[in-house]
Ligand binder design. Sequence first.
Ligand SMILES: [Zn+2]
Ligand SMILES: [Zn+2]
Length: 141
Amino acid sequence: MRKLTGGCLCGAIRYEITGEPVAVSHCHCATCRKATGAPFITWITLAPEHFAYTQGEPAIYRSTEKVRRSFCGRCGTTLGYAADGYDDELDISAGSLDDPARVMPDDHIWSDGMLPWLKFADGLPHLPGSHWEHGYPDRSK
Ligand SMILES: [Zn+2]
Ligand SMILES: [Zn+2]
């Protein structure tokens, strides 16, 4: 099993990923856009037991009643997303990995929210909502 490491821009927070992702997805929802200040964010969906902070603790912002967004309270790097009631998964921002090229995206989620000036030629599926409604990618291939 490979290990991936990452952390925030200022270095206060470090983490490691010790299992294979369930999915790697570009999220085009308006809330992720606001939370990150970027046109979309790439999330690595993991089983929580495959993730651990190894240094520091993130700040948490509840963007809705059920959603917890974690970030560095010092430098602001977006780190994670978790939702109450979906405790078997956790999203970590691919952009905070030390080497994001080591994960391969599977799909675009909340694609209905994609900005009109984004044009992708990656051939990946566009799901109009989340994996919860539309199913998970087959990563066995
Ligand atoms: Zn930081
Ligand atoms: Zn989103």
